[in-house]
Design a binder for this molecule. Structure first.
Ligand SMILES: [Zn+2]
Length: 188
C-alpha cells in the first residue's frame, strides 16, 4: 500500500511540476526566412543628391524575416536592405501577409537598414506628381531618385514571401529576457 501511495504521490508531483513548468515557460515558437532583393545593374541608387545608378554589386541585398508565436499571437519583424520604405508599401504588404498567413497587420514591423547601395523604392513613383508645377516635376523626376515600379513590386512580393516562409517554419524555442541600465548606450 505504501508503495502504491508513493507512486501516486510521485505521479502527482511530476504532474504538478509539469504544469508549473508550462505556466512559467509557455510554448514559444520562432521561424526565420530570407529572400533576395538585389537591384539590377543600371537601376537607380537611392540616397544621393541627384541621379545615381548602380554600376557594380558588392554583395546581395536581402529581406530577412522573423516570426514569433507565443501561443496567443504572432508577430513578424522584417529587416530589409533599403534606404527606406514608404507607408503605402508597408500597408499593402501587411494586408497581403494577413491574407496569406493570417498575421495581424499591426503585428508586422518592417525596418529599412538605410542602405545607399540598395534598390529604387522611392522617393516618388513615376507619374505621382504629374499635377505639380514644372519646377517641382523637374526636381522630382530629373533631379531626385524615382522608384522603379517593377523593383518595388518585387520587394513587396519578397517581403510577403519571407514572412509567410518564416511563419510556416516556426519551431519551438526558449526565450530569455534581459535588461540593462546605461547612461552611455541605448538598451532595449
Ligand atoms: Zn543616408
Amino acid at each position: 500500500m505504501l508503495t502504491i501511495s508513493l507512486r501516486v504521490l510521485g505521479v502527482c508531483l511530476w504532474f504538478a511540476s509539469a504544469v508549473a513548468a508550462a505556466v512559467e515557460d509557455p510554448a514559444f515558437k520562432a521561424g526565420f526566412a530570407e529572400r533576395d532583393i538585389t537591384p539590377e545593374i543600371g537601376m537607380e541608387a537611392p540616397g544621393g543628391y541627384g541621379k545615381a545608378y548602380h554600376r557594380a554589386l558588392h554583395d546581395p541585398c536581402k529581406v530577412r524575416a522573423a516570426v514569433f508565436d507565443d501561443g496567443q499571437a504572432r508577430a513578424a519583424v522584417v529587416g530589409i536592405d533599403a534606404l527606406f520604405i514608404r507607408r503605402p508599401t508597408v500597408q499593402a504588404i501587411r494586408q497581403e501577409i494577413q491574407r496569406q498567413c493570417g498575421i495581424a497587420p499591426e503585428a508586422v514591423m518592417i525596418a529599412a537598414s538605410h542602405s545607399h547601395a540598395a534598390g529604387p523604392m522611392g522617393f516618388f513613383l513615376p507619374g505621382e506628381l504629374d499635377g505639380a508645377s514644372p519646377l517641382v516635376k523637374s526636381l522630382v523626376y530629373e533631379k531626385s531618385v524615382t522608384a522603379n515600379p517593377e523593383y518595388l513590386a518585387r520587394v513587396q512580393r519578397e517581403i510577403v514571401a519571407a514572412v509567410v516562409a518564416a511563419d510556416a517554419g516556426t519551431r519551438l524555442g526558449h526565450t530569455r529576457t534581459s535588461s540593462c541600465r546605461s547612461t552611455l548606450f541605448p538598451c532595449n
